[in-house]
Ligand binder design. Structure first.
Ligand code: ADP
Ligand code: F6P
Length: 319
């Protein structure tokens, strides 16, 4: 069997660890492995490189992905899929590991239908917004990166007695904001899953003011929309001085944490085993302490629940 491995969508710390583990788990079992550079964009344009045990040395601790990643609108067209199937056939690839998020798995389902080959997904995104897995590769690293930034911002918040509104990533979902907010002792957490009124938030901030709380951190998920409007509203409706910090892409980079690397190793081994068993259209995932497989259909179409108890706990502690 000759398998391909590729990274697509937004990069996430631990993708390199996952590529390395796929290669080093597969080759000793008699599989040949090739890397497809730049995700589906590289598939369409035949950017295929051979991988061996040594070519994945020295990358375990690096963020990003040495295979590069890309977004590829062309892949969503019938021509893009047709060309991808031709490239798979030309390169004699009969199994594929796709490391990415739910968008990547939607594409994988189309490709598997058109090509008939086995495709297994490994969830990797800092947003942790893929259904069917408790966690995704890169999420823990991003939580820790954002937390480190917030701890630093807190120094200024305390010294100058200000409110800081800190926007963290999360295009549609608030998993990152919720964990960072709880772990970082945020006074308020704003996420798309929990409706909030600016007026109610300011009442809460005034209670803080009256209780002598001179500063606080508000963690807002990118997915809530207009964070600048939140800042303006607080400035107008409380006595606090307010600053806004958007953490941005620093959350996507950096050396993966132990947890992100372990997840990469566990997911990669399971993905290769599934390919050897001839499984199709599956994503590997974490449920409690077990590594499981779930249907792509579920991973792509179910809405991952957010643990609202964490939100309540953060509120309880922010007094
Ligand atoms: P992620 O995998 O991190 O969610 P994207 O949503 O950007 O990232 O998806 C990565 C790539 O997967 C896209 O550039 C596109 O080529 C492919 N893709 C995304 N959504 C679909 C879809 N609905 N159907 C087919 N392919 C898709
Ligand atoms: O999907 C991960 C993510 O970091 C989102 O939280 C964010 O909205 C998006 O990627 C930004 O992606 P890019 O800068 O690559 O367009």
């Amino acid at each position: 069997m000759r398998i391909g491995v590729t990274t697509t969508g937004g990069d996430a710390p631990g993708m390199n660890a996952a590529i390395r583990a796929v290669v080093r788990y597969a080759i000793p079992q008699g599989l040949e492995v090739v890397g497809i550079e730049r995700g589906y964009a590289g598939l369409i344009t035949n950017q295929i490189i051979p991988l061996n045990l040594r070519s994945v040395g020295g990358i375990l601790h690096l963020g990003g992905t040495f295979l590069k990643s890309a977004r590829c609108p062309e892949f969503k067209t019938p021509e893009g899929i047709k060309r991808s199937v031709e490239v798979l056939i030309e390169n004699k690839i009969d199994g594929l590991v796709v490391i990415g998020g739910d968008g990547s798995f939607r594409g994988a389902m189309d490709l598997s239908k058109a090509s008939g080959i086995s495709i297994i997904g490994i969830p990797a995104t800092i947003d942790n917004d893929v259904a069917g897995t408790d966690s995704t590769i890169g999420f823990d690293t991003a939580v820790n990166t954002a937390l480190d930034a917030i701890d630093k911002i807190r120094d200024t918040a305390l010294s100058h007695e200000r409110i800081f509104v800190v926007e963290v990533m999360g295009r549609n979902r608030g998993f990152l904001a919720l964990e960072v907010g709880l772990a970082g002792g945020a006074g308020v957490i704003l996420i798309p899953e929990i409706k909030f009124k600016l007026d109610t938030m300011c009442k809460r901030l005034r209670v803080y003011e009256e209780s002598g709380k001179a500063s606080t951190i508000i963690v807002a998920a990118e997915g809530i929309g207009d964070t600048a409007a939140v800042v303006n509203y607080i400035e107008k409706n409380t006595k606090y001085e307010v600053r806004f910090t958007k953490l941005g892409h620093i959350q996507r980079g950096g050396s993966p944490t132990a947890r992100s690397r372990l997840l990469a190793d566990l997911f990669a081994a399971k993905a290769v085993e599934l390919l050897l068993q001839g499984a199709k259209d599956k994503m590997v995932g974490l449920k409690g302490n077990s590594v499981i497989s779930v249907d792509f259909n579920y991973a792509c179409n179910a809405k991952k629940p957010l643990d609202k108890r964490l939100y309540k706990l953060a509120e309880d502690l922010a007094v």
